[in-house]
Design a protein around this ligand. Structure first.
Ligand SMILES: Cc1cc2nc3c(=O)[nH]c(=O)nc-3n(C[C@H](O)[C@H](O)[C@H](O)COP(=O)(O)OP(=O)(O)OC[C@H]3O[C@@H](n4cnc5c(N)ncnc54)[C@H](O)[C@@H]3O)c2cc1C
Ligand SMILES: *[C@@H]1O[C@H](CO)[C@@H](O)[C@H](O)[C@H]1NC(C)=O
Ligand SMILES: *[C@@H]1O[C@H](CO)[C@@H](O)[C@H](O)[C@H]1NC(C)=O
Ligand SMILES: *[C@@H]1O[C@H](CO)[C@@H](O)[C@H](O)[C@H]1NC(C)=O
Ligand SMILES: *[C@@H]1O[C@H](CO)[C@@H](O)[C@H](O)[C@H]1NC(C)=O
Ligand SMILES: *[C@@H]1O[C@H](CO)[C@@H](O)[C@H](O)[C@H]1NC(C)=O
Length: 524
């Protein structure tokens, strides 16, 4: 627990450590704003208060004396440093602040803007991009882990979820209430990043993306103002948040439509690499039939084998939709045909996708996301060949995977039908959002991981454009540091997002003080 004395001595330390020129203090905007937040005048007068993250942290410690701000000396600081799923994202910030309410987040935003302090926002840290959910010693990480609201409406049609939840804690709770939600296929993924970036679930064709389910966002704007965004209130912000990512403010609550998909039939098989081309062809045919989404196939290709999930809504027996796959010889049955639930399946398979059995990260990640229409199987087979070529670059310990994530047009139609649709400008047809990624144990292999993934992306993109099957959508949640997903939504949507950001963040705080992200300023 912090007392005023430790705070004062910490302050003296920071003051003494500051060796720059003495800025005009008592009447500058910074000290005035800090004074308005209840800080002692003597403090704001005697200490330079802009661009000094360590000082900002002592301000935060003063404002949140109850164990909400963690600096290098505290034990929990180290735990927080290691939260990101990808080790390459670990950084040592000036401090972490862990707000408990949207009022806390509001106060934090006012302090950060008054002091011009860099910040990063974090929900569950699964996005593997350095600087997106962490910042170095010149900034503050706002970790939303304590925003753990989880409330079902009395009629069970809606659920309010805080970004401190991940899908594991949500699934665990909600299935017992007789409903589900459209959440991540890996229960460790955070509610915050998943729902802001899009959200691919097990039965996405039937329901649309995760973000299509959101009916209300509670947002703390950079000014500190807390607002709701719905189709009726701040409707432009609502529309923009359905794809516009962290360009407007910090989302402190998501209210989503619940899902009636609970009972499912599933089967998972592992195939020898020799079967992969047959599987990919069958998958392209399956998607081109453009079904309504009661049956789904999802797969993950590695150099030596391919893992395939067959899922069907309801408890059924040998669904006819999978007929074409049944003639392909199985190497190892991974999960036999089972009548279960969404949660029972997801909890049974953490570990099936290269993640440790306890959801632990294999080190670091690097992705690329590209998309295509599916006139036939030619391009997906090309993507596989290009993947095999790029995977030859892997050094010991590194693995490269190819996940051709397929949708039918039902996904796009479902999303468009919900509250005016999203801002992603999706093409209304069956399509692939390919996710090719490398896992690597040693952060020093980052350059090689990038080289392999980038070369795959470049080779495939050239062919896809030539074939006329290229789609500009980049799935940000599988994107990388070079990705410009906002532009992929189309000019009109991008302009709308820009206009919204200007209205709700006129000073451009999310663009300039946010450490990194899929930011408008990087695409303008
Ligand atoms: C093992 C694994 C499995 C995955 N499975 C799936 C899957 O099945 N389907 C799928 O669609 N994706 C999946 N993903 C991708 C995943 O959706 C993204 O990585 C997602 O961004 C993670 O969300 P997070 O909250 O954990 O991440 P974070 O890194 O905490 O957040 C991601 C980004 O969003 C910002 N952000 C987060 N919360 C907020 C907020 N409340 N307000 C403003 N900005 C915020 C952060 O600043 C950051 O830039 C998977 C990733 C991994 C590593
Ligand atoms: C401080 O917060 C951390 C993280 O929530 C918790 O683990 C720890 O027990 C808390 N300590 C005190 C003294 O409240
Ligand atoms: C946002 O909406 C919720 C639910 O209706 C309500 O409880 C809350 O007070 C609203 N917040 C603001 C800032 O209007
Ligand atoms: C895979 O193909 C290779 C080359 O054609 C062949 O030698 C091998 O026996 C095949 N393996 C299996 C399990 O079919
Ligand atoms: C694939 O098989 C080769 C040869 O059998 C092996 O060296 C390699 O480690 C395997 N790769 C993976 C990702 O398992
Ligand atoms: C699943 O349920 C269906 C319908 O009751 C039944 O026909 C089928 O045999 C069941 N499958 C398994 C593997 O239990």
């Amino acid at each position: 627990m912090l007392s005023i004395t430790t705070w004062a001595s910490a302050l003296a330390l920071f003051g003494a450590a500051y060796a720059g020129p003495t800025p005009p203090l008592s009447n500058n905007a910074c000290s005035k704003s800090l004074g308005a937040l209840g800080l002692p005048a003597s403090w704001t007068k005697s200490i330079p208060c802009t661009g000094n993250a360590r000082l900002t942290c002592s301000v935060l410690q003063h404002l949140f004396p109850s164990n909400e701000t963690f600096t290098g000396g505290s034990q929990y600081y180290q735990t927080l440093v290691q939260v990101p799923y990808s080790a390459i994202c670990e950084k040592d910030p000036a401090c972490f602040v862990t707000p408990e309410t949207s009022a806390d987040v509001s106060l934090i935003m006012r302090v950060l803007t008054a002091t011009n302090t860099k910040f990063a926002i974090r929900s569950w840290g699964h996005l593997p991009l350095p600087g997106w959910n962490a910042v170095g010693s010149d900034g503050v990480v706002i970790s939303l882990e304590r925003l753990q609201k989880k409330v079902l409406s009395p009629d069970k049609k809606y659920a309010v979820l805080g970004p401190g939840q991940n899908w594991a804690t949500v699934y665990d709770w909600i299935e017992d209430q007789g409903v589900q939600v459209v959440g991540g296929r890996d229960p460790g993924v955070g509610v915050g990043g998943f729902l802001l970036g899009g959200g691919i679930s097990l039965f996405n064709d039937k329901k649309g993306l995760g973000l299509d389910q959101v009916v209300r966002y509670e947002v703390v704007l950079p000014s500190g103002k807390v607002v709701n965004a719905t189709t009726k209130e701040n409707a432009d912000l609502y529309k923009s948040l359905k794809g516009g990512l962290s360009n407007f403010g910090i989302v402190t609550e998501f209210e989503v439509i619940t899902s009636d998909i609970i009972e499912i039939n599933y089967e998972v098989n592992l195939y020898h690499k020799n079967a992969t081309r047959a599987i990919l062809s069958a998958y392209a045919d399956f998607l081109r039939q453009d079904g309504p989404g009661d049956a789904v196939v999802q797969l993950e290709v590695s150099q030596n084998s391919t893992l395939v999930f067959y899922g069907h809504i309801g408890h059924v027996s040998s669904a006819p939709e999978f007929k074409a796959f049944r003639s392909i010889p199985i190497m190892t049955p991974f999960l036999p045909p089972t009548n279960g639930t969404v949660a029972s399946f997801l909890f049974a398979t953490v570990g099936s996708s290269g993640n440790g059995a306890n959801g632990e990260s294999p080190g670091s990640y690097y992705h690329a996301s590209v998309a295509q229409k599916i006139p036939d199987s030619k391009l997906v087979l090309q993507a596989y060949d290009d993947y095999l070529e790029a995977a030859k670059m892997m050094a010991p310990g590194m693995s490269m995977y190819f996940a051709p994530q397929g949708f039918t047009s039902a996904l796009v139609k479902a999303g468009n039908a919900l509250n005016g649709g999203n801002i992603m400008g999706l093409h209304d047809a069956p399509q692939f959002w390919h996710d090719t990624y490398v896992t690597f144990p040693d952060v020093k292999q980052y350059g090689l991981a990038q080289k392999a993934v980038d070369s795959w992306e470049a080779a495939w993109t050239r062919k896809a454009k030539k074939e006329g099957s290229f789609l500009p959508i980049i799935y940000s949640n599988n994107g990388n540091v070079r990705s410009k997903p906002l532009g992929g939504y189309g000019r009109k949507n991008f302009d709308f997002i820009k206009k919204t950001a200007k209205k709700y963040d006129p000073k451009g705080v999310m663009q300039t003080l946010q450490n990194d992200g899929f930011l408008i300023r990087k695409e303008a």
